[in-house]
Design a protein around this ligand. Structure first.
Ligand code: IPM
Ligand code: MG
Length: 370
């Protein structure tokens, strides 16, 4: 019997409640496939700072080191709580970026999907997204401005100043480009390269290296598009995109915009892959304003489980069943209060019931022979 350890980092805000639903689905996947899963929770985020004096405590680092994969909830608390934590130890700089760096999770997959039957969630006009939305954003996750050199202080004129650099070397660009081309080859063979080479030298090198890698993938068509124009086209005609690849900061911004065209960041799971380990997380924040109210949709967390099954446990078909199980809950006319639109005739259910319905649908899916 295969056996895996999965680290569960519940995080802050709505993290624990959506993690509970994700855990149901993980356990079900294990029992359906005769797999032994050790699910171990670790403290991570702002809450961990208050309970352990460290937003990424040593025990959690060790748990992540020995885990086969990591499932992570959103992090961060409200402004008032955040202000109590020293700036460099706040959960983004103190936990999330160190997690990404520790496992070198350079390839961030952010699927942007809306089935044709769910287009009412989107703020875009029906004629723009008639066929639904299906884009894979691939974001470089451990380079660029996020991890470049930083300094601040007073300059010669006594003025406060700051300097942050956007750094990439060719190896960093090459590996993410390769991931993007491989992904595009497995889909529609169309890759949009998002850049800003009219201004940034980093984009000039990015495009050059991407072009070199592209020679190994002659079957993939590459379209180069400036990041600002890409932002516009995501609203005007998202159907033109299939796989999009971009550096870290562009990916942070465009992936949130992509959540916007779906109608909610709550519909954005993600996978962050490194050479040896991967972690999975919703792309959204911890929504402290609705935490504990049992109204957050667990879609992004359960979708992250689907990606974990697919990419870390090699259970591709099971992952497909989980996606379908979630879709069916919406198709059955249910939604959670955070996703309800004025005038919609969806029936509103709580976080736990949504998770139960997903698990019920998934349990009814056929178990594959292999
Ligand atoms: C994301 C988030 C993070 C990022 C924050 C929480 C540091 O916005 O994963 O998109 O900027 O990468
Ligand atoms: Mg972001």
């Amino acid at each position: 019997m295969s056996s895996y350890t999965i680290a569960l980092l519940d995080g802050d805000g709505i993290g624990p409640e959506i993690m509970t639903e994700a855990e149901k689905v993980l356990r079900l996947a294990a029992s359906r496939n005769g797999i032994r899963l050790e699910l171990e929770h670790g403290a991570f985020g702002a809450g961990a700072w208050f309970s352990h004096g460290d937003s990424f405590p040593q025990a959690t680092r060790e748990l992540c080191d020995r885990a086969d994969a990591i499932l992570k909830g959103p992090i961060g608390l409200d402004h008032e709580q955040t202000e109590k934590i020293p700036v460099d130890m706040r959960p983004e700089r103190g936990a999330l970026l160190p997690l990404r760096r520790r496992f070198d999770t350079f390839a961030n997959f952010r699927p942007v999907r809306l089935a044709g039957s769910l287009t009412h969630f989107s703020p875009l006009k029906p004629e723009i997204i008639a066929g639904g939305i299906d884009i894979m954003i691939i974001r470089e996750l451990v380079g660029g401005l996020y991890f470049g050199a930083k300094e601040s202080g007073r300059n010669a004129a006594g003025k406060r100043y700051v300097n942050e650099s956007l750094e990439y070397d060719e190896d960093q660009i090459e590996r993410i480009a390769r991931v993007a081309f491989e992904t595009a080859r497995g889909r529609k063979k169309l890759l949009h390269n998002i850049h800003k080479s009219n201004v940034l030298k980093s984009s000039v090198l990015w495009n050059e290296v991407l072009g070199e890698v592209g020679q190994e993938f002659p079957e993939v068509e590459v379209r180069h598009i400036l990041v600002d124009a890409a932002a516009t086209y995501l609203c005007l005609d998202p159907g033109q995109f299939d796989v999009m690849v971009m550096e870290n900061m562009f990916g942070d911004i465009l992936s949130d915009q992509a959540g916007g065209i779906l109608g909610s960041l709550g519909l954005m799971p993600s996978a962050c892959l490194g050479p040896d380990k991967a972690y999975y997380e919703p792309s959204h924040g911890s929504a402290p304003d609705i935490a504990g109210k049992d109204i957050a949709n667990p879609y992004s967390m359960i979708g992250s489980v689907a990606m974990l099954l697919d990419m870390s446990l090699e259970l591709k078909e099971e992952a497909g069943h989980v996606w379908k199980a979630m879709q069916s809950v919406f198709d059955q006319g249910f939604t959670t209060p955070d996703l309800t639109r004025p005038g919609s005739d969806s029936r509103t259910i709580n976080t736990r019931s949504f998770g139960d319905l997903v698990a019920g649908n998934y349990a009814a899916a056929p178990v594959s022979a292999g």
